[in-house]
Write a protein that binds this ligand. Structure first.
Ligand SMILES: Nc1ncnc2c1ncn2[C@@H]1O[C@H](COP(=O)(O)OP(=O)(O)OP(=O)(O)O)[C@@H](O)[C@H]1O
Length: 345
């Protein structure tokens, strides 16, 4: 069983009502993928060895040669030179659906401490990249490395341990028939030996951390869109605090601010930052995160480095502040929203 927390699944959850943990377990006889591999099997040294080395103190992310600069020679597979701070690497990843090739050789690395945005035109494969990173989809060709280890299977890969990977879906993906408490505490109800009271308390704390109080007994249908996204965020950062050591976690957000008004977007963007930047004090040790977004405010506020995906490849990568001044015609067109340029709809 892997230590990589499986992402949230949403579409098939059987409808059931609230109840005790025992009933909960009985009702959930279907294997629920969420976090099923989160029980540590490796010792703390192994768990943290890959993640806590060489965090870049500048907050900038360097390319493979250590240059903190815009990288134009993208899309070329690069040799890992003993980079102990690389948490996730996609190497020459290809993916097609039917006859249609979506990804045609995607290469990038997510390092310890990074806040990375993936941007690009609609339908270009950004969500597909997140699903491949999370282990929900397998590449047709190419490899995904988790802490330097090649992933052979998907979320339940036996070989992979020491890093949890969570995916926060665009739709918030709350379970409609469960209360907010049950949604947020889902991982713990499923995987921990915590009591109902302990789980209720940690759920309350996590909801407070995202600015929500007194909503535990509500159903998702009783929440606004922004509240749902915050509940999804609370769910993504929950962890079993009775364990001695918590694996570092990379969180993958698929359009976390889509459909929100500007102020609600700011709240979510700051929350994404806050659970990351509090370091050891952060709930669940969110080591790094990746955000797929179209929103300029989210690009500016929530991420430091950008990967631009276009026609199946990363065609540009650089720091967020370089995005607006890039001379790359694809980036310029995208940043300005112009109809003139290489991107055709
Ligand atoms: N499971 C699937 N089966 C078939 N086609 C799929 C599947 N998943 C994605 N696609 C197709 O792959 C392409 C890329 O989809 P994806 O959702 O990754 O794009 P995206 O860049 O995230 O788009 P957007 O910005 O509009 O959310 C689309 O044409 C989509 O229809």
């Amino acid at each position: 069983m892997s230590n990589c927390a499986a992402p949230w699944a949403n579409s098939w959850i059987p409808p059931f009502a609230a109840g005790s943990k025992k009933n909960w377990r009985r009702r959930n006889k279907f294997a629920i993928a969420i976090g099923k591999g989160s029980t540590p099997s490796a010792g703390p040294d192994r768990r943290f060895a890959c993640a806590f080395a060489a965090a870049n103190p500048s907050g900038l992310s360097a390319d493979v040669d250590g240059n903190n600069s815009l990288t134009e020679n993208v899309g070329v597979p690069q040799e890992v030179k003993g980079d102990t701070d690389i948490l996730i690497e996609c190497r020459d990843v290809h993916k097609s659906f039917g006859e249609k090739q979506i990804l045609g050789g995607v290469n990038f690395k997510i390092r310890h401490g990074e806040a990375v945005g993936i941007i690009g035109p609609s339908g270009t494969g950004k969500s597909t990249v997140l699903k491949i990173m999370a282990g929900l989809l397998a590449p047709d060709k190419g490899e995904v490395y988790i802490c330097g280890k090649k992933r052979h299977g998907l979320v339940d890969d036996e070989e992979i341990s020491g890093l949890r990977i969570g995916l926060v879906f665009q739709s918030a993906a709350l379970f409609d028939s469960l209360t907010v408490r049950e949604n947020v505490g889902f991982l713990l109800y499923e995987n921990s030996s915590m009591t109902d009271d302990q789980i209720a308390e940690i759920v309350r704390e996590n909801l407070a951390a995202v600015g929500l109080k007194g909503v535990e007994d509500r159903l998702p249908s009783e929440l606004s869109g922004g509240m749902k996204k915050r509940v999804a965020l609370a769910r993504s950062i929950i962890f079993d605090n009775t364990k001695e050591a918590i694996e570092p976690e990379v969180l993958l957000y698929d359009e976390p601010t889509a459909g929100l008004d500007p102020i609600a977007s700011t709240v979510v963007e700051d929350l994404i930052r806050s659970v990351h930047f509090k370091g050891d004090d952060a709930p669940g040790k969110i080591t790094s995160y990746v955000v797929v977004t179209h929103q300029h405010s989210t690009i500016r506020r929530a991420v430091d480095r950008l990967l631009f995906l276009y026609e199946g490849k990363i065609v540009w990568e650089g720091m967020t502040h370089e995005f607006a001044t890039s001379t790359n015609p694809i980036v310029r067109q995208f940043a300005s929203g112009s109809l003139d340029g290489p991107i055709r709809y």
